[in-house]
Design a protein around this ligand. Structure first.
Ligand SMILES: [Zn+2]
Length: 849
């Protein structure tokens, strides 16, 4: 869209008779890329809009609003003719990505007429600031160059350039940096997450698509532009190589088409070549970053036949230069154990000053090399896209499919899974009986299989007899297990209709009262909306009962008509099963909305952010609790439940990270208002809270804090386990659920739990003053523990408790040894959390039946 130029730019253009295309430094009035100079995101957007107005080679596309309301923009940069022809070029890209029905002659015609669509995303991690600045300079150079080579590149390629994939964080980080410039906190980390909900995990959301930014970019990738090549530009630590370019390190997933890797390697080699020619040392490949895990930006794209690349450049202190003596340079990671000459690292950087300008120069050379490769190989890359898509389609038989049966314990989550696949532009069909069907013979069929099967991490060793290469991130992502949805491989029937998600709120069901049997996390949206409605009543059955001619299990929630009317608009579809009943049974416990607080440490915790997002989505309206508020006490007056997300006990207690024996003890301090942890007063305030009747819920490693602080008959049997004795790299493990407890209402007998840390509980008989329950336990046989991923020492889990509850004073403590809400992916275990929160409002801790 064309916008008005800033007034003075317009004057300049009028005066010279030609559109003035100012450089970023001219436009912003300071030297972009100089030490300690940073353009914030709003300045960057204003620059791109001015470029759009001044140059026929640049068009800004608005992708919607971010989480905190910034404009998420993407610059489309190409020759004037290509931009005029954009609709046709998009259509070609779409047909190359889905070549079903194309004859070879048609395909060749598309290859002839098509352009490489290249997506480059910058600054998804907001402290990795260089690329957001480089993007302006790169766009300016492409908009103004008159040399034949640049014009050739722009004739052959449509570049989609996203200057920041996390604008909110870019703004937060530049504000934080500017505020602390010239103080001892210059370049320090922020005490809060740089994405409002998910922080650094914003590139761990690319198959679950929970956040606005992820979803917007997913639409660009898989619904609109269908790029063949995608580069995501990052920064890494300061003391190793200067830049990582592909090839990636092992392991590689065998399902990804080898032409993806061949293209990625060819482009990476050209990046390394151009960097070396320009005299840039410290270029490495086959280092650290693997080709196996599908959760990241460009990673997910590999399973959708896209050549996804990563660059990682050594960081400075945000925009402040650093000096590194040679003795501080180090390897120590996969692909570079000792810092020195290797074939993948032929010219180590010798040390010295390292500045923002260096980062931008390395990134710019790599980005130009990428553009060059795409222009050089235009026809090859377009033909390869067809080859990869055709191979994906023919990798499965025409009728091979997944069936998601309509009849399952948690139908609403099955609907969520179908909706998610549809959002990925996977073709989903529905049968008359409500089953969903997903054929595998489709362009994104490999992605479906990757997401639906279980994982077994390959135990790759760099040296025979030595330790395996550990997973880069988690080792399991099986959506049916994580979402508690049963799926099966079956033969695709005839007569199916294409699935279309229902976008509008469901109508209020008619009836005088409704029952919701427990079992789906989606129920919480209905229940919480009804609880907050004026005049509605919500009751919960603490024991099984017969009502309206039907049996209802313990945990069934009954709403009156008013509650039903209030709840209907929160649901985008009617998958939640609320059954009309003649009345709300009398004599049931009235449920009230739990007043939930969520602990928020100043050492920003992504698990805290994800927990906050999940609780908000499901209507719990959590209040954030910082250290000072906890220490001030009187918590029981304000809250029914306090949730401690996965945070180490050291950080909770003192605000300082744990240091291992022999590790350097230095850590970067925060400004005083953010220093420290709960300290003694905070621990006492939490104890007072529970003793007065509050419910304390701890996830994962924060359980260690609770066990240490409270006198309860529970211990973590893996507390001192070394990593060669026990290790779980984000695996899904089987747990057996104890039925009948308020925290386990509606949960199936067995469920997959996401286990990342070394926690397994052993409880014991306490004194007569308390009760204790094992809510879920690991199987008796170690062989039955692992469902998906990679684990070592599963015998240490066998028969141990995975979740426990105890009474303490008038209150309760619930400890989860796993992450029941991991990255908003583990829907199957959300009900543990939601039930625990509803339990916090129960007057008495119900005895085990
Ligand atoms: Zn990064």
């Amino acid at each position: 869209m064309k916008r008005l130029l800033p007034f003075w730019v317009g004057c300049l253009a009028a005066a010279t008779g030609a559109a003035a295309v100012l450089s970023p430094s001219e436009f912003l009035g300071f030297p972009v890329g100089a030490d300690r100079k940073i353009a914030d995101y709003r300045q960057i957007v204003s620059y791109f809009r001015a470029l759009d107005a001044a140059s026929p080679r640049v068009q800004v596309q608005d992708l919607g609003k971010t989480t905190l309301g910034e404009d998420l923009i993407m610059a489309v940069i190409s020759s004037e003719q290509n931009l005029q022809n954009a609709r046709r070029l998009k259509d070609i890209a779409r047909r190359l990505a889905d070549p079903r029905g194309l004859s070879d002659a048609d395909a060749e015609a598309l290859v002839r007429d098509g352009r490489v669509v290249l997506l480059v995303t910058c600054n998804i991690h907001s402290t990795e600031i260089g690329a957001s600045q480089m993007a302006m300079e790169w766009a300016h150079a492409l908009a103004t160059a008159e040399d034949a080579e640049t014009k050739r590149r722009l004739d052959n390629v449509v570049l989609l350039l996203v200057p920041s994939l996390n604008p909110d964080g870019q703004v937060m980080e530049t504000e934080w940096y500017r505020k602390n410039l010239g103080t001892k906190f210059e370049g320090s980390r922020m005490p809060w997450l740089y994405h409002h909900y998910v922080g650094h995990d914003n590139n761990r959301d690319w198959f679950m698509l929970t956040q606005k930014e992820t979803r917007a970019m997913s639409r660009v990738l898989y619904h609109e532009w269908f790029p063949q090549v995608f580069l995501d530009e990052h920064q890494m630590g300061s003391t190793g190589p200067r830049i990582f370019v592909p090839p990636y390190a092992d392991p590689a997933d065998p399902d990804i088409h080898p032409l993806v890797w061949r293209e990625v390697n060819l482009i990476g080699a050209n990046m390394a070549f151009r960097l070396e020619q320009a005299g840039k040392s410290g270029v490495i490949y086959a280092y650290s970053y693997d080709a196996y895990w599908p959760g990241g930006t460009k990673n997910t794209a590999w399973w959708k036949n896209v050549s996804g690349l990563l660059t990682e450049v050594a960081s400075v202190r945000f925009a402040s230069p650093i000096h590194l003596p040679p003795g501080e340079l180090a390897g120590g990671r996969k692909g570079l154990i000792e810092y020195g000459v290797q074939t993948n690292f032929p010219n180590p950087w010798p040390g010295g000053w390292w500045r923002l300008r260096d980062i931008m120069d390395y990134e710019r050379i790599a980005s130009d090399a990428l553009l060059e490769s795409c222009a050089d190989r235009r026809e090859d890359f377009l033909r390869d896209m067809i080859a990869r898509s055709r191979a994906a389609i023919s990798a499965a038989g025409a009728r091979e499919a997944y069936r998601i049966p309509a009849d399952q314990p948690d139908r609403p989550s099955a609907v969520q899974l179908a909706r998610l696949m549809d959002e990925h532009n996977v073709e989903v069909f529905t049968a008359a009986n409500g089953d969903f069907w997903i054929p595998l013979a489709q362009p994104y069929g490999k992605f479906v299989r990757e997401m639906f099967e279980t994982q077994r991490y390959p135990e790759v060793k760099v040296v025979a007899g030595k330790e395996i290469v550990r997973p880069y991130d988690v080792s399991s992502w099986s959506l049916p297990l994580m979402m508690g949805v049963s799926v099966e491989r079956a033969s695709l029937p005839e007569g199916l209709a294409r699935y279309r998600p229902i976008a509008s709120p469901s109508a209020a069901p008619s009836g005088v009262a409704f029952a919701l049997a427990p079992g789906s996390p989606e129920n919480a949206k209905v229940v919480n909306a009804a609880l907050r409605a004026k005049g509605g009543t919500v009751s919960i059955a603490r024991a099984a009962l017969s009502h309206g001619g039907r049996q209802w299990p313990a945990g069934t929630v009954f709403l009156d008509a008013e509650g039903g009317r209030a709840a209907a608009p929160v649901l985008p579809d009617s998958a939640v099963e609320w059954v009309p009943v003649p009345s709300v049974p009398g004599s049931l416990e009235r449920l009230r909305a739990p007043r939930v607080a969520l602990y928020k440490p100043w050492v920003a915790s992504m698990d805290e952010g994800w927990t906050r997002w999940v609780l908000e989505q499901y209507g719990f309206e959590p209040k954030s609790l910082d250290n000072k508020t906890v220490r001030a006490g009187r918590l029981a007056e304000k809250f029914d439940a306090i949730v401690l997300p996965d945070v180490s006990k050291e950080v909770i207690a003192t605000g300082k990270p744990r240091t291992e024996e022999g590790e350097m003890r230095y850590f970067a301090e925060f400004p005083p208002e953010y220093a420290g942890g709960l300290e003694k007063e905070g621990a006492k305030a939490l104890k007072d809270f529970v003793e007065a009747g509050g419910t304390l819920v701890a996830f994962d490693s924060s359980s260690d804090y609770v066990i240490e602080q409270f006198n309860i008959p529970v211990r973590n049997v893996l507390f001192r386990a070394k990593s060669d004795e026990f290790s779980s790299a984000g695996s899904l493990v089987r747990i057996r659920v104890e039925p009948g407890h308020p925290v386990t209402y509606g949960l199936p007998e067995e469920v997959a739990a996401f286990l990342n840390d070394s926690i397994a509980f052993q409880s014991a008989l306490g004194g007569a003053e308390l009760e204790r329950w094992v809510l879920a336990a690991y199987p008796d046989s170690p062989r039955d523990v692992l469902l998906s991923g990679w684990i070592r020492g599963e015998d240490r889990l066998a028969r141990r408790a995975a979740a426990v509850a105890v009474t303490h004073g008038k209150g309760r403590i619930v400890l989860f040894g796993f992450r029941p809400q991991h990255r908003a992916q583990t829907h199957a275990t959300f009900p543990f959390v939601f039930n625990a929160l509803y339990w916090s409002t129960a007057k008495t801790a119900v005895s085990q039946p």
